[in-house]
Design a protein around this ligand. Sequence first.
Ligand code: SF4
Ligand code: SF4
Length: 127
Amino acid sequence: MLLLLRFDAKTVREPIISLTAIKTGALINILKADVGARKGELIVEVPEDKAKEVLEVLKKMGVDIQEITKSIARNDNCVHCGACVSICPTEVFYLNGENKVELRAEKCIHCGACVKVCPTMALYFPI
Ligand code: SF4
Ligand code: SF4
């Protein structure tokens, strides 16, 4: 399960991910981190068999949690330049036999790198 975790000025100063991992025994994989002094956001991957326990512990500690269910998407602006192919760490994008860029969206880990480099703003995360 992929989760977007939002931390406020209080929770961002606490070792919440470590505590959650210790309490639940879950191997929590941090995929993206944007943490400052007053707030923070993490995208984490949690094993499905530990997801319920992890969610309960995080909620108790005051973390705002949103499950990520929709993956990267592309609109018609794509010009098949290939910039996303080379930057994606999980090989979501690939060239088909006609040199057109295709997606395997299920491999996306929401790092956001492709969205930043796409010259035509063709990539986005559906709400
Ligand atoms: S970077 Fe944007 S325009 Fe280029 S291939 Fe990827 S989606 Fe298409
Ligand atoms: S958000 Fe990251 S993992 Fe997902 S498709 Fe873009 S570059 Fe790949």
